[in-house]
Design a protein around this ligand. Sequence first.
Ligand SMILES: Nc1nc2c(c(=O)[nH]1)N[C@H]1C(S)=C(S)[C@@H](COP(=O)(O)O)O[C@H]1N2
Ligand SMILES: [Mo]
Length: 424
Amino acid sequence: MRRRQWLAGEARADGVDRRTLLRLLAAAGLLTTPAAGLFVPDRAFARAPAAGSPASGIVKPLPAEWFVPQGTNAEMRWDALRDADGRAVTGRHIPVERFFVRNHTSTPLIDPDGWRLRVFGSGLRDAPPAARAVEFGLDDLRALPATRIDALIECAGNGRSFFTSQQGLVVPGTPWTLGGIGSARWRGVRLAEVLRRAGLTPGAVDVLPAGLDPEYVVDGVGFGHVRRPLPVAKALDDVLLAYEMNGEPLTPDHGAPVRLVVPGWIGIASVKWVGTVEVADRPLYSPWNTDFYRLFGPDYPPGGSAPVTTQVVKCAFELARGAVLRAGRSHRLHGRSWSGAAPVRRVEVSTDGGLRWLPAGLHDEPRAGNWTRWSIDWRPERPGAYELRARATDRRGNTQPEAAVFNREGYLFDAVVAHPVTVA
Ligand SMILES: Nc1nc2c(c(=O)[nH]1)N[C@H]1C(S)=C(S)[C@@H](COP(=O)(O)O)O[C@H]1N2
Ligand SMILES: [Mo]
């Protein structure tokens, strides 16, 4: 229904209807083929200050041993999860200082004492259009029943660079390898609890959290604050308004004082620095569920797929790409696998370029919305170049294909990734 409304130009995207937006984008040269729907190319995502400089807009230090700079973002290095002797340096969760960062603009510094969450809209009781807002301070949220969840945050574009390096396809945007992901223990109050106290009505359909970071502007076109509607069903299910990450108050880069955590869904759903939540009795739209974070391409409907929600299946080795291993001795290969849809059922590893697959031993109780660590022993006898591969399958039977289906923005790369190593 949302897609139909949007395409028919009936939908409202925060005051900008689709026809106006089309005109704006065309004027700014941001539109390729109007017939193919809205499309914001490269520069929407790729224009970024010099990598690794303070101009990244990220507050925490980004040591080169832990991060790959990606403009306004910082990618976690998977090989940094092991020390020189191959010992694990983290548990199941990623320490805050090593956690990847994905910012559309820059990290804002927000005074927690002055901060308020405003909840408003036509989906609340006694709410004439936007007249009444219910406000919560940080202390108010902390006084409500607290919930803890272990959850991954993973960018929809995680793995994007493999569309190019493995499949020869050109896609715009941050060229993540596999480090646009992290797991943490989040503590906060359920969004359901806050919505109930704000006077949620049975007529509510969509919930729109918006961030307090600077407005997102591309080539002079303003898209406003980062914000993405969430159907009320998901909002009431397992979404958290988190104020703690791994047992400490949230840090600026990860959304202080309060962010959303939307388990299993692409990272953009987990809006950081949330300042307002609109609750509406009709579907809501923003650029983040219309132009961005939909799948466009020959395998998708004209005008794009429905907004992307759940994450796909992936694996990563805790090993540098191009690592050198000694011949004639046994190596324990470590990695992690995950799926947004269901717990991981099994992981298989191939050390011969995908001919033979052996089961890896799983080290965690697989859970939906989190990853499972695994390992497998490998004793390469002959020196030379090898390609390692890992392939996971979840309990719904989702697994990793040899090639990912193309989409123009390079989201949801789920194919098996070849991991080159040298045996010497
Ligand atoms: N307000 C706001 N929220 C945001 C973003 C942003 O730029 N602004 N980036 C989103 C994206 S695309 C991702 S992948 C996650 C990243 O969360 P992290 O930086 O804590 O790892 O935050 C999401 N929430
Ligand atoms: Mo993202």
